[in-house]
Write a new protein. Structure first.
Length: 355
């Protein structure tokens, strides 16, 4: 990931905690051969009023319990394991940690869980935490928006996310662990990430972030952790051949751990097509314009080096961090090529012609 989310945004997680505790109590009772507690008794007293205002939560809870009630103790234990596994944050992001699903083994229970947590997810936009003026989702958005000061999606780094404004639509709230496979994490704020529309709907969708293209478990990034990917154009050839544009190479650090994230979000293709190919000529024009406005003559090598070196320091002020990184790296390569005793003159001629 190119940025991370603030852990403070997950603090108002009481809808998830309350529901998970209620289901855990029900499953533990069934495993012991007893009847599951009534819905009201299963819900903690602190938040009981919110959950019993309407009949929907009780109906969905009773549907889930009814599906579990006809199963064996071993099957109920399997469901409980899935519930705990799917909410084992952040350990679940380590490949050696089990994250079980009952989608295939117990599809009716799986669907009942999906229905329950889908309804709970909708409540994030309706319910307020005690003492709060804003809904849980609005509070989450405020904290994320303040943290992501650059205003771009952490998964691609260049797609804008709507600002915190009552007149604007909230950004997509993606289930990092797909709810289609891991419904018990369906309303856990630790599993929800504000995401750009294209990243969410066109690329991530319902893909399983925990599995690679061979359906093997892999380590993945914790969106609320501290690890971020360093990105550069190291290995790129700016002058790849007569009449040809740059031969782009994107370098990611860490490389192996970032592979699945890059695959799911099609990051190399998107960055090459939508950022590099689309903008590098404009960047060159900006650099040349900068030289002209500052009376730097790029027709001589010293002037070209001065212009590129000084203009490069302005690249960090690009609005979106991924574009800033790529733009800076692009001019790092040009500067290195100008200083190359073998290819420097060729790069210099390229800049002069571009002017």
């Amino acid at each position: 990931m190119l940025a991370t989310y603030p852990i403070a945004a997950t603090e108002q997680n009481w809808i998830s905690v309350t529901l998970l505790n209620a289901l855990r109590l029900a499953l533990e009772s069934l495993i012991q051969g007893n009847a599951a507690p009534d819905f009201v008794d299963a819900i903690s007293e602190e938040y009981r009023d919110a959950f019993v205002k309407g009949p929907k939560f009780q109906t969905l809870y009773e549907k889930f319990v009814a599906k579990c009630g006809i199963l064996t103790s071993q099957q109920c234990a399997q469901i409980l394991d899935a519930l705990l596994d799917q909410n084992n944050f952040p350990a679940v992001f380590i490949a050696t940690t089990t994250c079980s699903s009952i989608k295939d083994a117990l599809p009716e229970v799986h669907e009942a869980a999906k229905d329950l947590f889908k309804h709970a997810f909708d409540k994030l936009s309706d319910w307020k935490s005690p003492g709060s003026e804003h809904t849980i989702r609005a509070t989450y958005h405020q904290l994320v928006d303040a943290h992501l000061s650059h205003g771009s999606c952490p998964f691609c780094g260049y797609e804008p996310i709507e600002a915190d404004d009552p007149d604007l639509a909230d950004p997509d709230l993606d289930h990092y662990l797909a709810v289609s496979r891991y419904p018990f994490a369906g309303v856990n704020l630790r599993n929800l990430t504000a995401m750009g529309v294209n990243c969410n709907r066109s690329y991530k969708g319902a893909q399983d972030i925990l599995l690679n293209e061979h359906n093997q478990r892999v380590d993945c990034f914790d969106p609320y952790g501290n690890e971020q990917v360093a990105l550069s154009l190291s290995g790129t050839t700016i002058l790849s051949g007569a009449g040809e544009g740059p031969a782009w190479t994107l370098t990611f650090d860490p490389d192996v751990k970032s592979q699945n994230w890059r695959r799911i979000f099609r990051l190399e293709t998107r960055l090459k097509s939508s950022v590099l190919e689309k903008h590098y000529k404009t960047w060159l024009k900006q650099c040349i314009s900068y030289a002209q406005k500052n009376n730097i003559d790029i027709r001589n090598m010293d002037g070209a080096l001065e212009a590129v070196g000084k203009f490069k320091t302005t690249c960090e002020f690009e609005t979106f961090p991924t574009i800033a990184r790529l733009k800076t790296s692009f001019f790092d390569l040009i500067e290195a090529a100008l200083n190359d005793p073998v290819g420097g003159e060729r790069m210099h001629n390229f800049l002069v012609k571009a002017a």
